[in-house]
Design a protein around this ligand. Structure first.
Ligand code: SIN
Ligand code: FE2
Length: 215
């Protein structure tokens, strides 16, 4: 039987953002059903919550995780933790479809052998945003970040190595995947406040999956 992955080729919507950084237009679309089912199952065990930053600010994006470790923030700082602080239990395991999608997307951009053990799941409701930041809580920057967008469209900002560098805006829609690594691994990025809307599968929200190799 033909595998869904065999159907993936290069898409006219693919865009290079910078060296080592690509937007793979619609790359995850063929997996929307298993991806959304898996997110629903994860959220039953590890519900979305609004984390607090070390500075005491409640994040507008709600988060949860799956995989061996999950990204958490609280008054003491940011860290990867094997235990969900809300439940005291390990995070739900990473579903195979997640691991495989992240691996294939990274490979397509030239990062072989990407085997993430952490997936941060972000939920944006209308108005939620993510300020410019670097993903730098991982131990080894040789591995890329793979980010999968589902649901409502958002504007993604992608800049340079300094917060003050010029950013470029990209519209991310349902099924888009962004991979950044190599010379772009520590690029500043963020998401503008989510416009309201109604997505046929996910309603009034955007879900983003961010895969990382943390150690
Ligand atoms: C992130 O930077 O962790 C998420 C980016 C996104 O939601 O597209
Ligand atoms: Fe990030």
């Amino acid at each position: 039987m033909m595998d869904l992955f065999d159907a993936i080729g290069s898409d006219p919507r693919d865009v290079q953002l910078a060296p080592g950084a690509m937007l793979l237009g619609g790359f995850a679309r063929a997996f929307e059903t298993p991806l959304i089912e898996a997110v629903r199952a994860i959220v039953q065990r590890a519900p979305f919550r609004h984390l607090v930053t070390p500075g005491g600010h409640r994040m507008s994006v709600a988060m949860t995780n799956c995989g061996a470790v999950g990204w958490v923030s609280d008054r003491t700082g940011y860290r990867y933790d094997a235990i969900d602080p809300d439940s005291g239990q390990p995070w739900p395991p990473m579903p195979d479809v997640f691991t495989r999608l992240a691996h294939e997307a990274a490979a397509k951009v030239g990062f072989a052998d990407f085997r993430p053990e952490a997936c941060l799941i972000n939920r944006y409701e209308p108005g939620a945003k993510l300020s410019l930041h670097q993903d730098k809580d991982e131990l080894d920057f040789a591995h890329p970040i793979v980010s999968v967008s589902l649901g409502l469209p958002a504007t993604f900002l992608f800049g340079g190595m300094n917060r003050s560098d010029k950013t470029t805006r990209y519209r991310l829609t349902h099924g888009d995947v962004v991979v950044w690594g190599g010379p772009s691994r520590l690029a500043y990025h963020g998401v503008l406040p989510l416009p309201d809307g109604e997505h046929p599968l996910l309603g009034r929200q955007r879900i983003n999956l961010t895969f990382r190799k943390t150690r």
